[in-house]
Design a binder for this molecule. Structure first.
Ligand SMILES: Cc1ncc(COP(=O)(O)O)c(C=O)c1O
Length: 406
């Protein structure tokens, strides 16, 4: 055992700090470690850095905000300009331009907030028995207690004692079991939560017609549809939000990561106008909020980052990147190097037919950072990545796959 102070997320806690790759700087899609090794960040940190590292516009906006007002809360009666502005920018680009926006720091906070909102709405409608949240197999929704309870992977839920009650699960690849679940429990279902494309669960797009079916089931049965847009938001799927890409509008959606490209943590929840009306009709005080909800420096980073995404055309660029990534993956499959691939816009994964951890490590040694999820390697690069850099990823992947072939 070492004597590390720092506990790393999702890590083996006995691992020695000295064996970690210590990242010291970033520029564009490139990162450098303390030994001077350079890496292509093919996962945009953790599915989040849309504009790449070291963007001067966002850094300057953060610095300017720090000079003026670093921090202040937005609990009633206080507000600040960046919080108001980023909320307006997010909703204006969403399917709910007249909805309302709650701000938080992390995707996990956003998810727990969305679950509370869904339950609250049902209570406000007088449906006090509607408490069930339906999750999907392989869904990932963060690590707070609500999010942990609706994780689609058992490994995330086990070992913590009792989680949130009233949670049911539907398969992610077939709408029929969802219809059966609604037929049995429809009167007690508060909401269904799903990512537009399941990210951490393995980059899994929905089957054709799945979301339309889910939308219909929710509407017909008085349940709410929650999209967890924490990865899919802000251009990743070729639209501002995944709901737009799939042509299905949720009642509530979460966002995080790409809203600031991760420069400062920021997250939130958008609710539709109908839900806002219900919540606004409540005379009682809204008893939910985080110290850092509407943090001015985080929000200033968001305003600047959304401006960069727009002015650099990164939402449209995701589709171009998707074409290049698909091309590379198709070639690898044709060469028999991978078994299959899947994805959309700027988020893809390939199945290599064996546990991907060793290949991920070989890829890292060759200067590309990606993520192993079971047999899959995931790709989610900054949306500023060039065709040449995508080419370098595939050259090195080919090499890493050959070096680790069974
Ligand atoms: C879809 C989704 N929801 C929620 C979360 C949790 O976000 P955070 O790690 O910021 O708490 C993640 C994190 O990857 C995510 O992918």
């Amino acid at each position: 055992m070492g004597n590390n102070a720092l506990i790393h997320p999702y890590s083996v806690l006995s691992r020695d700090e000295n064996t970690y790759v210590r990242i010291v700087s970033g520029n564009g899609v490139k990162l450098t470690d303390d030994a001077g090794n350079e890496y292509i960040d093919a996962l945009a940190s953790l599915w989040l850095c849309q504009i790449g590292h070291g963007n001067r516009t966002v850094i300057d906006a953060i610095n300017a905000q720090l000079e003026q007002l670093q921090t202040y809360n937005t609990f009633e009666p206080f507000s600040n300009g960046p919080a108001v502005e980023v909320a307006e920018m997010v909703r204006a680009r969403s399917q709910h331009p007249d909805g309302r926006v709650f701000l938080a720091c992390s995707g996990s906070e956003a998810v727990d907030t969305a679950l509370k909102f869904a339950r609250r709405v049902q209570q406000r409608k007088g449906d006090t028995d509607r408490q069930i949240i339906v999750r999907r197999t392989a869904g990932y929704h963060g690590v707070n207690v609500g999010g942990t309870s609706v994780q689609g992977g058992a490994a995330y839920r086990e070992g913590w004692g009792d989680l949130m009650p009233h949670v049911l699960e539907i398969p992610n690849d077939d709408i029929e079991p969802a219809a059966q679940l609604f037929a049995t429990h429809g009167e007690r279902i508060a909401a269904v939560i799903t990512e537009p494309i399941q990210g951490a669960g393995g980059v899994i797009p929905p089957p054709t017609g799945y979301f339309e079916g889910l939308r219909r089931l929710c509407t017909d049965n008085g349940a709410l549809l929650i999209f967890d847009e924490v990865i899919c938001g802000f251009g990743r799927t070729g639209s501002w939000f995944g709901g737009q890409t799939f042509g299905v509008a949720p009642d509530i959606f979460t966002f995080a990561k790409g809203v600031t490209s991760g420069y400062i943590p920021l997250a939130g929840v958008v609710v539709s106008r109908d839900i806002a009306d219900l919540l606004e009709a409540d005379e009682a005080k809204f008893m939910h909020g985080y110290t850092y909800s509407g943090h001015p420096t985080a929000c200033a980073a968001g305003v600047a980052n959304l401006g960069v995404i727009e002015s650099a055309g990164l939402v449209e660029r995701a589709t171009h990147i998707g074409g290049k990534l698909e091309e590379g993956l198709r070639a690898l499959q044709a060469d028999g190097m991978i078994e299959s691939y899947r994805g959309l816009g700027g988020i893809w994964a390939c199945d290599i037919g064996r546990d991907a951890a060793e290949t991920r490590d070989a890829f890292l040694k060759r200067g590309v950072i990606t993520r192993a999820i079971g047999n899959a390697l995931a790709f989610c690069p900054p949306l500023i990545i060039t065709d040449d850099e995508i080419g370098q990823i595939f050259d090195r992947l080919d090499d890493a796959l050959r070096a680790t072939a069974p």
